[in-house]
Design a binder for this molecule. Sequence first.
Ligand SMILES: NC(=O)c1ccc[n+]([C@@H]2O[C@H](COP(=O)([O-])OP(=O)(O)OC[C@H]3O[C@@H](n4cnc5c(N)ncnc54)[C@H](OP(=O)(O)O)[C@@H]3O)[C@@H](O)[C@H]2O)c1
Length: 341
Amino acid sequence: MKQYNLGFLGFGNVGRALARLLLAKSGELREQYGVEWRVAGVASRRLGWLTSAAEAAAGFDASALLSDQFFKDTYSPSNSIGAWLQDARPDVVFETTSLNPETGQPAIDYLSAVLESGAHAITANKGVIVHGFRELDALARSTGKRLLFESTVLDSAPVFSLFRETLPAAKLRGFSGVFSSTTNVIIETMEAGRSFEEGLKTAQDLGVAETDPSHDVDGWDATVKVCALASVLMNIPLKPNEVVRQGIRELSPKKLQAARTAGAPFKLMARARLGSDGKLVATVRPEQVPASDPLGNVRGTSLAVHFELDMMPGLTITSHRPNLQSTAYGMLADFINAVRE
Ligand SMILES: NC(=O)c1ccc[n+]([C@@H]2O[C@H](COP(=O)([O-])OP(=O)(O)OC[C@H]3O[C@@H](n4cnc5c(N)ncnc54)[C@H](OP(=O)(O)O)[C@@H]3O)[C@@H](O)[C@H]2O)c1
């Protein structure tokens, strides 16, 4: 049995769902994997950098942390990430701060500090992968720690570990995907004759919208996912400004209803493909998708990616109606994989 000190960097929808899941799965972690854990540090903009004293065996009371009974004044504040890492001494840090599609910061700097401190770094933040993958991956290798990020693209569906573990020597030529739950939900709400605002509210109530929902609506979220896949799976450091991007603001209920009636509803489609000149062409834009397309039946909050490989003409992975628990599960799986290898 080994006890791991955990740090939560960001404690919003995903961070809280992960804390709930760790509590629910603690018996299985202990019995099947010999893993015990305690929360040694929690940080967010509102909470600041909180630590339970490193020598306090119990750490934070994770249930209280999730309830109204949590009083931050009971815990010791640190004044920076460096001091927080030094005081909490985490073995694993879960990074779930808000998406910054333009630079991935400050999360990249946070995760550099995490890896340099000797902890594994697990993130749900795709901005980090797009703008910092090479640097952080090299740092993780040099420190002998893991940088894992399975929740960044299809919530929890194993995309990165699929290539890492099960598809040796296969070359990825291109992919297409439905990567945004929020735009799916908005489009389907408008197809049902309701407004854009009602669709956005539904996505926010489900906890799937980004902190700044314009990141979803204007296609940034899907664009960043395209870049993350290209960077990691194709080794092409594609940046968001190299993707032709168009969001869903121009779509009217009338246009959406007509497309649905014609059997080819609109979706915010993401595509990337290597041309014959070896250059990657990537787009994110609303497209009509017929039901015969591998992605034609991806509805609601479901997400999917279709890969074109030299060894296989088509491989589609669908995450059927993932929710916050699914995203949290991707991070939990990363945690187990990081500490058991
Ligand atoms: N929600 C999903 O379904 C989903 C799915 C896959 C991936 N993700 C990714 O997961 C991450 C978190 O999403 P979420 O839905 O949990 O967002 P959220 O509810 O808005 O939570 C973000 C958390 O990060 C904290 N934070 C933001 N900027 C910070 C900074 N500079 N320093 C320290 N803490 C900071 C926030 O603090 P305050 O609370 O004090 O503001 C909050 O606790 C995002 O990167 C998102 O792209 C989300």
